[in-house]
Design a binder for this molecule. Sequence first.
Ligand SMILES: C[S@@+](CC[C@H](N)C(=O)[O-])C[C@H]1O[C@@H](n2cnc3c(N)ncnc32)[C@H](O)[C@@H]1O
Length: 301
Amino acid sequence: MDSHSNSSVVRNGLSSRTGQARATTSISKLVGKAHKADCVKIMQSMRANSVQMIFADPPFNLNKKYNSYKDKMKFTEYMEWTEQWLEESARVLKEGGSLFLYNTPKILSHTTPILNDLLEFRHWIAWNSNGQPLGKTLQPAHYGILFYTKTRNSKYYDIRAPHPKCRACETYLKDYGGKEHLRHSFGYQISDVWNDIHRVRHNNRRIDNHPCQLPVHLIERMILMTTDENDIVLDLFCGGGSAAIAAKQMGRRYIGCDIDKEYVNATNSRYRKAQGVKDMMGAYVSMHLGQVASIRDVDVV
Ligand SMILES: C[S@@+](CC[C@H](N)C(=O)[O-])C[C@H]1O[C@@H](n2cnc3c(N)ncnc32)[C@H](O)[C@@H]1O
């Protein structure tokens, strides 16, 4: 029996909630911009198995001040809504496709049981955003990024990041104990703990009207890891448009949505200005402040 028994009807292109067949919008009509739409509704209009990667950075239900969205639901309501958009996500994801869900560890601890019924667990990535933690017990110093795939046999590329060096003296921080020849010439293969990407702090890299933008190169890493050029990336909560820029810079096709018109306009304006970023060998690479931040192992020469 399918271990994902709850999801079998979803995978057949039917809604597990209503059992109704969905209306279909041609995916080519959606590609190439963000839409002012509720994420559940836009996915309901899509055929099953149509996107290679889904990136989800939903509101955290922490009463953040968004432009129009009210970030304060009852917890049970928030989790029911989460289940609804995850079911649709599992349906529209292609075989071999991946979903990344970014949230606080507390919310993610309630989300994994839902996702375990729908998709295959791959990793819980801990992103240490180098913020200033505030907490009543242990200081929370990481956000979680859940990485799930539709099938066990999914598209995946190892990623390398530059070896960390001392800022003052430029020497490598990791000591290879006399086996320096084992140090890879470009960088280390990343693990499920990401310490090397800082959160967006500076005003000149934020668009003023969105309270929680993610660094573009954080999302580029996930895109490089699980997609190829021209694959479709679906961004369910586009906000200020970080995933839109990431998709364009990595040469992937983009579909985004947000319920707020201003955020959608901001995303589309940033998306139009973004351009593909390739290295001298013609491979897509993720750059930050003029340095390579992530590259696929297959593209390192
Ligand atoms: C955490 S923010 C996303 C930030 C974005 N990743 C960025 O880097 O700028 C969450 C967004 O979800 C949007 N939102 C809330 N409910 C939604 C829904 N049902 N469908 C689509 N977007 C929604 C909010 O307007 C908000 O912009």
